[in-house]
Design a protein around this ligand. Structure first.
Ligand SMILES: NC(=O)c1ccc[n+]([C@@H]2O[C@H](COP(=O)([O-])OP(=O)(O)OC[C@H]3O[C@@H](n4cnc5c(N)ncnc54)[C@H](OP(=O)(O)O)[C@@H]3O)[C@@H](O)[C@H]2O)c1
Length: 270
């Protein structure tokens, strides 16, 4: 791996680089979104993200998990990518212990329907007790199986209120949230100005499809008619989110961008 920006270096310590300038807001945890995308904007191929990545991307994925208190995902991603507990290397677990953190980050899943498999690896595979973040009007029957295997946080009506969900995580001592998507959850966070940082891996691949076009913006991510979705899917944002480039790392034609969101004026769009 080599650092291209802000300075050049052939030696990159990802732990050190991604620990730099992590600023935790006063009223909620820091939120970092990590996504991998093809050059034409696809975040999945044949419905899954795995084929887009490479060794460097997988290393970064693990490093970012090692730095987080909570790994947050939307239920769509948890289902499609068959999520389990967030595993990280033993050395990283030791470093976390030395820093006074739990050895493993906690998994948290956002759902409206509550349609999750409570017997799946995510909930029964060991590791810290996961957190299910549901809406106030998510059917209680749907969550009946959750209470045995997870802590349940409920907030919002018709959708999870992501702002108060993050505050609730903050009240549990969470300072650093790594959101691993997917596109619907990412847009919900961005619309509420809750994305502090975007780590975007640009994969040197093309996937085709029209998911990045005008039609795709209005349709659900991953609709087979429109091809794979983009990093931020679902409904278009009411206003553009601007980001500043913090650094660029390169390996094997993959570009690893780290960007910080810059929100200007006005209350969140939703
Ligand atoms: N390339 C990458 O880095 C990457 C990363 C992640 C995912 N992906 C890909 O993205 C695709 C999945 O996209 P997606 O948009 O469906 O993923 P998603 O955002 O993980 O899942 C959407 C679901 O999450 C829940 N959700 C999200 N925001 C919510 C909110 N504010 N309130 C309540 N529930 C909320 C809902 O779950 P319920 O349906 O349970 O109500 C919603 O249907 C997959 O193909 C996956 O491979 C790619």
């Amino acid at each position: 791996m080599r650092l291209l920006l802000p300075e050049t270096s052939d030696r990159v310590n990802l732990f050190e680089l991604y620990s730099r300038e992590v600023k935790v807001p006063a009223d909620r945890p820091f939120v970092r979104v990590n996504m991998v995308s093809t050059l034409d904007g696809a975040v999945a191929f044949s419905g899954r993200a795995g084929s887009l990545g490479g060794p460097g991307d997988r290393l970064l994925f693990s490093v970012l998990r090692s730095l987080a208190d909570v790994v947050l995902v939307g239920a769509g991603t948890a289902r499609v990518e068959r999520y389990g507990p967030a595993k990280i290397p033993l050395e990283a677990q030791d470093i976390r212990r030395q820093r006074g953190l739990a050895p493993l980050p906690t998994m948290a899943v956002v759902t409206l329907s509550g349609a999750l498999d409570w017997g799946s690896r995510l909930f029964t595979g060991g590791g810290p007790r996961p957190i299910v973040i549901a809406a106030g009007d998510t059917r209680s029957e749907a969550l009946a199986g959750a209470v045995d295997v997870a802590d349940v946080v409920r907030t919002g009506t018709g959708a999870v209120d992501l702002s108060s969900a993050l505050k609730a995580l903050g009240e549990r001592g969470v300072n650093h949230v790594l959101c691993e998507g997917g596109p619907t959850l990412n847009t919900g966070l961005a619309a509420a100005q809750l994305v502090d940082e975007l780590c975007l891996t640009l994969s040197p691949k093309l996937a085709g499809g029209v998911g990045g076009g005008l039609a795709g913006g209005w349709l659900r991510s991953n609709d087979p008619l429109v091809g794979p979705g983009r990093s931020f899917g679902g409904q278009p944002l009411a206003q553009l989110v601007e980001l500043d480039l913090a650094h660029v790392v390169e390996e094997d034609n993959f570009l690893f961008l780290r960007l910080r969101a810059r929100y200007s004026g006005g209350p969140p769009s939703s």
